[in-house]
Design a protein around this ligand. Structure first.
Ligand code: FMN
Length: 357
């Protein structure tokens, strides 16, 4: 059941274009006419989990757990290694339940022996399960995903989320690698980020609304099924651009990972300028791999990084740290949302005045 669900997720994710708006059209990184930066000096690299990445970018959690997915994970891992970015695995639960599919995950570390590889399980997992998931791929960190709307959209999904916060605290204390608490495309509020901070986790992937939508994916898996969510609620969630600012506004010392509907170099640069430390992309990478192959995927990632470098030049940033300090004008629906949440968006338009942790 779990194995075939993974195949359905891929098929349904690829057949659904992005429907909602991640909010990036409302984010404007300020142009600098005289940047005083030499192209050769612009450095897109960053450090993440103690390793160097060529850019703050990750192939975010997707697959594994079915024999047909081993080749996909192998090629995603190759593309991550070839381009020097991080990679996260899809939920490893299937391998914990059925050892015969363990290689569909292990292949990622085999293909990418020294890169940043991140394990993935649901936030309700046990310490023993999390340790096995980390060990399976010698992971540099583990993502614990939170996916309440997706579970509710599945007739067979979980319905009891009591004790998750405490469980995350226990996992943070018991594991030897950092814990990343991660949404799956519904975004996070300031309140959620505070709640996660209390658990001791210090890396948070806000994975917001605007890209892959697991409510519609689950609906497509079982059209007409009762017990799930109704279609009028398919745009549930907090857009990614809003979620990044909500997380930044807590001023907590956490690393923010931006994902959910990031599609271009411009989206990546906007996320970083708002205050994210790393960005993640899922569905488009999978789509390119399946339709065009791994070389095309690596070229696409290289183009994203080169596009990021051009944007850095246009706003006068020679490093990611400088990009995180450039003025950003927030307009439209995103500004309106943030203002009614009590956030003064005008401070983002003034260099160095951002209130971030
Ligand atoms: C086919 C597919 C499978 C996914 N499986 C997982 C998963 O197992 N664990 C997880 O944390 N997120 C999973 N995700 C969610 C992504 O990591 C990401 O949060 C979400 O897709 C939003 O990013 P995107 O708009 O770039 O696709 C999956 C996404 C896709 C497209």
């Amino acid at each position: 059941m779990r194995q075939s669900r993974k195949i359905d997720h891929i098929n349904n994710a690829l057949s659904r274009p992005d429907q909602a708006d991640a909010g990036f059209k409302d984010i404007h990184v300020l142009h600098r006419s005289i940047p005083e930066v030499n192209w050769d000096e612009i450095d897109t690299s960053c450090e993440f989990l103690g390793k160097k990445l060529t850019a703050p970018l990750m192939i975010n959690a997707m697959t594994g757990g079915h024999p047909r997915l081993e080749e996909i994970n192998k090629n995603l891992a190759w593309a991550a290694m070839e381009t020097g970015i991080a990679i996260a695995l899809g939920s490893q639960r299937a391998a914990l339940e059925d050892e015969s599919v363990i290689d569909t995950f292990k292949v990622v570390r085999k293909e990418n022996p020294s890169g940043v590889v991140i394990a993935n399980l649901n936030a309700g997992c046990s310490v023993d399960e999390a340790k096995k998931a980390v060990e399976m791929v010698e992971a540099d960190a583990i993502q614990l995903h939170v996916n309440v709307p997706q579970e509710l959209a599945m007739a067979e999904g979980d319905r009891n989320f009591r004790g998750i916060t405490e469980n995350i605290s226990v996992l943070v204390q018991s594991l030897d690698v950092p814990v990343i608490v991660k949404e799956v495309g519904f975004g996070m509020s300031m309140e959620t980020v505070h709640q996660i901070y209390q658990t001791g986790a210090r890396i948070i992937d806000i994975s917001g609304r605007g890209g892959t939508n697991f409510i519609t994916i689950e609906m497509d898996r079982c059209p007409g099924c009762t017990g799930g969510l109704s279609s009028d609620i398919s745009d549930w969630g907090i857009p990614s651009a809003v979620s990044i600012v909500e997380a930044v506004e807590t001023s907590l010392p956490v690393k923010i990972v931006a994902s959910g509907g990031l599609r271009t170099s411009y989206d990546i640069s906007k996320s970083l300028a708002l205050g994210a430390s790393l960005t993640g992309i899922s569905r488009p990478f999978l789509e390119i791999l399946i339709e065009k192959g791994r070389e095309e995927l690596a070229d696409h990632i290289k183009n994203l990084i080169s596009g990021l470098k051009k944007i850095m030049m246009m706003c006068g940033a020679a490093s990611i740290e400088q990009l995180q300090q450039v003025p950003v004008v927030i307009t439209g629906e995103t500004a309106r949302w943030l203002e009614v949440r009590g956030i003064d968006v005008s401070k983002y338009a003034h260099q160095g005045c951002k209130n971030r942790g």
